[in-house]
Design a protein around this ligand. Structure first.
Ligand code: AHR
Length: 342
């Protein structure tokens, strides 16, 4: 209601400016009153406004995983196809870099800011700065824990808690005949929404049966190198590991190297569950090394561009836009692999 009221006022103001013959309108979509045909100057001005590209400032988390690379590709190609001018910034997994990038977008007076927050907390100040500058913000992939949801227009991304639940549900079924199940967990980046939520969703399911025990849980920062390093430490410290639950494919793939180097068979000696669904994980499934992949879809670039156009046009958008995703047990990998696009 607030927005549609503002749109109406804006449309009226623009119509008034045109009727006064100032030629200073910045919008090309004001409804015609039918009272007076536009002058040549006004028509040119309106055409220029319509031709003006939307400038999008996008702050990406980094390039920590195959998922992230696919997400960046999707955003860049969708922005170019949609005719937006994209100012892209890579935060190298550091919140301070994202805050700097957002402040720079504000200074450059971009039309809209989108970003995937590295961690959940600590965004209110910079989000208020964007709001005060009149620049709308769209959250992508990861959300923030701010109490004030007027600081952003919408959040488009996966339901990470649900992904954790799907992993847990599959494991409960797989291990139904076992009496004791020791699990090690490779968490994503500490404080990030996917690390917090995937842990929560998984624990919600497995905590219903005390035979499931998470015997070690540590961050691998969503990277292959750290996934391998932490798995090596788990293997040294834990005598009996039945299951590895990795918050993403890259950490699982790093851990597989550690498991093989320790003389064990991934997928057999240790059941492996991971999240994302990158091609490399599907290849590992066809080789019998990962047992389950819960999909997390990074290719929402085109959907994001539609949302951005709506936001810039002042249209009402849903506060939460979820991305559809599936579950792939090892047995389905060979058939699914050729169709994987990331
Ligand atoms: O926020 C999505 C997560 O971030 C992906 O699951 C992970 O691979 C990435 O680094």
């Amino acid at each position: 209601m607030k927005k549609s009221g503002m749109m109406l006022l804006l449309a009226l103001a623009m119509t008034t400016v045109a009727a006064c013959g100032s030629g200073g309108s910045t919008g090309g979509n004001a409804p015609s009153t039918g009272e007076k045909p536009a002058t040549t100057t006004e028509t040119k001005s309106n055409e220029a406004a319509a031709d003006k590209k939307i400038v999008l400032g996008f702050s990406q988390v980094g390039a920590e995983s195959g998922w992230r690379t696919a997400n960046t590709d999707s955003i860049k190609s969708a922005a170019s196809e949609a005719g937006l001018e994209l100012k892209f910034s890579d935060a190298q997994q550091k919140q301070e870099n994202q805050i700097k990038a957002i402040r720079s977008f504000i200074q450059q007076k971009v039309d809209v800011i989108a970003f995937s927050p590295v961690v959940e907390s600590g965004w209110d100040t910079v989000l208020k700065e964007a709001k005060d500058a009149g620049i709308p913000v769209v959250l992508t992939d990861r959300s923030v824990d701010s109490q004030d949801d007027s600081l952003y227009e919408t959040f488009i991304g996966s339901d990470f808690v649900e992904e954790g639940r799907k992993a847990g549900e599959w494991l409960v079924e797989k291990m139904k005949d076992e009496t004791n199940v020791n699990i090690v967990e490779l968490q994503g980046t500490t404080g990030s929404a996917p690390a917090i939520d995937r842990k929560t969703g998984f624990e919600e399911i497995i905590s219903k049966d005390s035979k499931f025990k998470v015997v070690a849980s540590q961050t691998g920062d969503f990277t292959r190198a750290k996934g391998k390093e932490v798995m090596q430490a788990f293997l040294k410290a834990q005598k009996d590991i039945d299951v590895l639950y990795a918050h993403n494919d890259d950490m699982a793939l790093g851990a597989i190297q550690a498991i093989e180097e320790a003389g064990l068979k991934p997928g057999e000696d240790i059941i492996i569950i991971s999240i994302d669904g990158i091609k490399d994980a599907f290849v590992a499934m066809t080789e019998g090394k990962i047992n389950l992949v819960v999909e997390c879809n990074p290719q929402f670039g085109p959907q994001l561009m539609d949302i951005i156009k709506d936001v810039v046009a002042g249209k009402e958008v849903p506060k939460r836009i979820a991305v559809e995703e599936g579950v792939f047990p090892m047995e389905t990998a060979a058939e699914a692999l050729p169709k994987r696009t990331y």
